[in-house]
Design a binder for this molecule. Sequence first.
Ligand code: ATP
Length: 516
Amino acid sequence: MSQNTTLQTEELFKKIISHSKEYGFIYPSSEIYDGLSAVYDYGAYGAELKNNIRAYWWQAMTYLHQNIVGIDAAIFMHPTTWKASGHVDAFNDPLIDNKDSKKRYRADVLIEEHITKLQEKINKEIEKARKRFENFDENLFRSTNPRVKEIQEKIQQIEERFKNALEKNDLQEIKQIILDCEIACPISGTRNWTDVRQFNLMFATQLGSVADEANTIYLRPETAQGIFVNFLNVQKTARMKIPFGIAQTGKAFRNEIVARQFIFRMREFEQMEMQYFVKPGTEMEWYEYWKEARLKWHKALGFSNDYYRFKDHVKLAHYANAACDIEFKFPFGFKELEGIHSRTDFDLSNHEKYSGKKLQYFDVEENRRYVPYVIETSVGLDRLFLAILSAGYKEELVENETRTVLSIPAALAPVKAAVLPLVKKDGMPEIAQKLWEELKYLGKIIYEDKDTIGRRYRRQDAIGTPYCITIDNETLQNETVTIRERDTMQQERIHISKVYSYIEEKTSIKNLLRKL
Ligand code: ATP
């Protein structure tokens, strides 16, 4: 039986981090020099899993839609790009320091976490009452219980003040909210805070050898702008008609203030973004369309529905007229996994203004030119990786021993199958090697002949290999092999000539795509 529910969330998160390292998924960057904060390297199985997730996204976007094409833009862009996009002036996080612990925090995150704690208090009251009363009516309880009402009102007040302060960029008020909520530093326990300051998240560097301001360029903080500046190039050369989308995956860089939580918040990470260009006035329809389409894409992975929820943005970004997140239930709570934003014509219009070039679409049916509106879907590849690991990680008691298994979709698994000769004699290794030669075109296939078969199964379970193929005595007699399925541990015998099509059918990304 799965024991995930009994693992404390913090404990589960710690286990995932150490499992990732022990089994070759993720290492701290430059570890021999004690690592680099919030930067990570992907190991042998991590790189495969990441490639497979990326392929699932890429194929869902560009193969399943006639009107979506992919590009691969450079990380460096002309510096004016980031003026036009608003990043030079407005890509800031409000930061605050605790004077005693000298620790730095994002002021908005401190407030959001405080709100989450208050919400948890309400949930506790509800759970207590649910146990006490038969026919418990949650809505009635929420609207009548004085304690719950009081906390709810407090939350509303904080949210209202916080939203106003953000809109007015009132840093003094943000600090005041922190003081009024009596938020203390988790390290020092004190409320001895500095003022709140804005901090730009872009990494800057110099182009060429001359270090003056004119040569300052930035590591892109999002991949989207590479799509916007290429909008007309792609529209013309790929002969696209509105509505159409441009998809891209690639590295993005942010000098995050609070970079904890493993690969959830990194300074160098990868995004998978799609900008969908639509006729002005139709953007809300498409916004709703992409909200549903993206949720469906996530749910096709097969984790239960209660891992996902939508959250509308409290404060809209300067470019958006609607925005929400798909949140995922990480071991540390529900957090943003993907953003879906209706970005209006903000980006294209601003690039027109700053570049002096027209970025308009000629609509033949309407016989007019316009700057299209844009719906963006933006998901972090690393965050998705963490989501898949945390939903897939399981510890089970099997014959009084703990089995650790990564129950991740077979189509994404880093290793598609392992070929295992039962013993290292009687010609079994030769048959297994020959089978490996056949299967290697299907993806990463492991051949292994060391240790007992039980230990070899466990190692494959721990890296999420969906199928283990064992060559045994019976193989020598009738050319059949056993195939063991990872999650059920059930074994079946099939003829060796059928193994290729069996593994191909069960582990193909097409299986996920067909659910969409
Ligand atoms: P957050 O509120 O968590 O900082 P964001 O709203 O700034 O995220 P977006 O700008 O909407 O994020 O970026 C789109 C996606 O990119 C996010 O949903 C997330 O999956 C991913 N992402 C953003 N910042 C990071 C980061 N520092 N590390 C890893 N992934 C990130």
